[in-house]
Design a binder for this molecule. Sequence first.
Ligand code: URA
Length: 277
Amino acid sequence: MLLVYNRFRISEQAFRTGVVSPRFMFLGVMKRSRKPEPQETIRINRYLSMCGLSSRRKADWLIQNGKVEVNGQIITELGTKINPTLDKVYVDGNQVTRVYDFLYLVMNKPKDTITTLSDERGRKTVMSQVHARQRVYPIGRLDRNTTGVLLLTNDGEFANHLMHPKHEVQKSYRVTCETVVQRQHIEQLRRGIRLQDGETAPAVVHVLPGGKGKEIGIIVHEGRNRQVRRMFEHFGYTVRKLDRVAYGPITTDGLARGKTRPLTKREVQKLKLLTGD
Ligand code: URA
């Protein structure tokens, strides 16, 4: 049975178990981006994200903080344009070059891993689970003990688009609480509640079959810090487990916990469609 949630469908089994019947995975995808024309100029922040270095927002931060040099000169003007074939761009003294082979991965994130590239306190990061031939980084964050779908890429623009709030990309979670979640709270979660950082947008919220009233499926499109946990904690519930079962159309179907696989070409296309690319 498929449950229809707004713009996409998620199998009920995916919500219940997080793992559905294994499906044959197609070959991984490597997108070859278009090579620039010799005379083409582009904004420096766009160029930095094409280098797989960061999102455009982060690129702006790097520029404003004097970390970016073009042909030996520090630039702090956000609108600066460069010619990718002629200009030499450095970030923190290291030359950056455009990435032509983009990599798109999905991980079934295990518990007790953090979604930063490195951790000065020595905690295990998701990067220790990734064995890619190019450096990739997580698209958004999951809490240390949240499990499930985590996308990774070296395509800064793609990541930036997916995370942009205006695209309202839906993320589905299976929440396991210590106690039964009351009907009136489900209703309020659906309508939106007031958290410290503002009102939550209306969400799709369901009691999941077989979960004794303690397992809830919730779909949100906002990406606020610890949002799902905070939504339940708002009513005094303790969240025992939080599993992201889908990011847009991408699920962990057939992917064991802790494992990573390349997205198929079709999956990348579907994600791009969500952001109008
Ligand atoms: N919401 C949370 O509370 N935690 C996550 O890891 C993701 C969404």
